[in-house]
Design a protein around this ligand. Sequence first.
Ligand code: G1P
Length: 280
Amino acid sequence: MIRKCLFPVGGYGTRFLPATKALPKEMLPIVNKPLVQYGVEESIESGLYEIGFVTGRGKRAIADHFDISYELEHQISGSDKEKYLTSIRHVMHEGVFSFTRQKEMKGLGHAILAGETLIGTEPFGVVLADDLCIPEADGDNVMAQMVKVFKQFRCSIVAVMEVPEDEIHKYGVIEGEEMKDGLYRVKSMVEKPKKEDAPSNLAVIGRYILTPDIFDILRDTPPGKNDEIQLTDALMTQAQDGVVMAYRFKGTRFDCGSVEGFVEATNFCFEELYKKGNLT
Ligand code: G1P
């Protein structure tokens, strides 16, 4: 079964400067919780409790966040402030965390390949923490939905959503054959196409389940769009053998890689979760 999930967190977070000058962008809070913790909680809830981070320089706060702070525990234990530690204590109890460093930033595919040492030879999840996904009320989270699809097809799975034409250039885009409602066999994929070249309006968002042959494929994948090694190109190689499925997930996704999306996510989480006492 799938137990591992990779979090590429090496990126610079340029769009959030100056906030991200000394702080990893993944540690920016949506209300009271760092962005990356939402993704880690989603992963652990889906049964993917071995969390591997592909980090870079200036990202130590992420490792500290998922480690015990003895001073804090000492200060807060037994006080009425202890409730504020509930969610992070739970995550630390349920999860196992490993780290490796990506030496250069050469694209998402390069980051995934750097994570091979944490994954080995089993299928694994990938969460791009920038994409915050909130499930429907009483519904499974997005990674849990994907695990169900994986159990059925045993091949790589990408999460997709419909996006407006003028936003399609920001995403990997699939061309697929719909097998049943919301489930497509991917025929081809293209990274960040111009709108006139996009094969559909179905954009890949930051949730993947990958089979481990992706590492050998990535090793042989030349730099593509923006001169970076693209995961989309490696997935395209798998898709040629018919072993990539796209799944239109249920839930709401926020693009927290952009300031607008980040603020929208903050407002949503404040109104829908925090005020109702559902954000610990
Ligand atoms: C990455 C992927 C892209 C995908 C997107 C989802 O792009 O390369 O295929 O659609 O994540 O968020 P990035 O946003 O890192 O440029």
